[in-house]
Design a binder for this molecule. Sequence first.
Ligand SMILES: [Zn+2]
Length: 398
Amino acid sequence: MSVVDPVANLQALIRCPSVTPAEGGALTALEAMLQPLGFTVERMVASEAGMPDIENLYARIGTDGPHLMFAGHTDVVPPGDEASWSHPPFAAEIADGELFGRGAVDMKGGIACFVAAVARHIEQHGAPKGSISFLITGDEEGPAVNGTTKLLKWAAEKGERWDACLVGEPTNPDALGDMIKIGRRGSVSGKVVVHGVQGHAAYPHLADNAVRGALSLASSLMDPPFDAGTPEFPASNLEVTTLDVGNPATNVVPEKATFAFNIRFNDTWTADTVKAEILRRLDAAAATNPLRPGRDATRYEITWADRPSHVFLTRNDALIGSLAASVKEITGKEPKLSTTGGTSDARFIKDYCPVVEFGLVGQTMHMVDERVAVADLETLTRIYGDFITRWFADAVIH
Ligand SMILES: [Zn+2]
């Protein structure tokens, strides 16, 4: 197999059914592509009590700097009902110029294109003037505990240092060249339990309805807005995601009401300061709006969800400038530099080196009939190839 062809690379990867946490042969297929190019490939298995072991891969060519990392994942989400697919999810069939299969855009396609781009670069220019590495996890779509975080730590402890990273997630909303992601919002979730006094609905003065407190506390979080946004980020936004009482009786005043929330926050905040603001709002609402007029402050407790996602913004001209110039060169478009969307593994990588994300068009990710235009695979390979040349030229000058 010639790895300069992204289509063949992608077909080989899709035909490995690597639904998280299964390796499914996908990392072995990737290893078989990288080794002949001169990469030193290592497979790292990560373990955690109570969770399945996860296979990860780290491959490097070159020993000197500058060092460019490509990061991504070979695991995919389940296909769902295979009968709903117009082409089987792991067959990688091509029809009407589109390649069908789970992982086509998220994100085996990005990996297939970067492998092809590196292979062409080596064919045309010889080994890179520095180092290129692949940091590929099998645990991005799952709990992400045994994936990129541990792989980065493991590699860094061996002395690996990177100057920049490109994550190949599908970042384009409609067409290739639309959007580069240069940061991500943070995310914090929590659950609030409000305590009242149970009683007869006909004798409310003896009871204290927890619903009143839950409504008051919940609305204090949704309004007013946390901020107005920044030049690089949309406004932070909190949504109450559920409100539960579970009271089957019509004549009982409930003693307990629970609600949960999630906030996506920009770089006006850190996870800690946004939590402090949430507590300040809850305390203020609890003190000023007791369950019943004249009663004591509303009693509540809060539990935070594990592992908040931290907000980040990359400011690195060599990295963002080279990538944007390559997108312009190959597609003729000025990509939007964006921080929208959910979290990604870039939130872990940013602790090691500047990181940006650019890949295929994301429209069909996680859907039945996930697919990619075959022409987009060639275009993305050319963008990645141009970027590799530009970044090394730029990184050497600086
Ligand atoms: Zn993905």
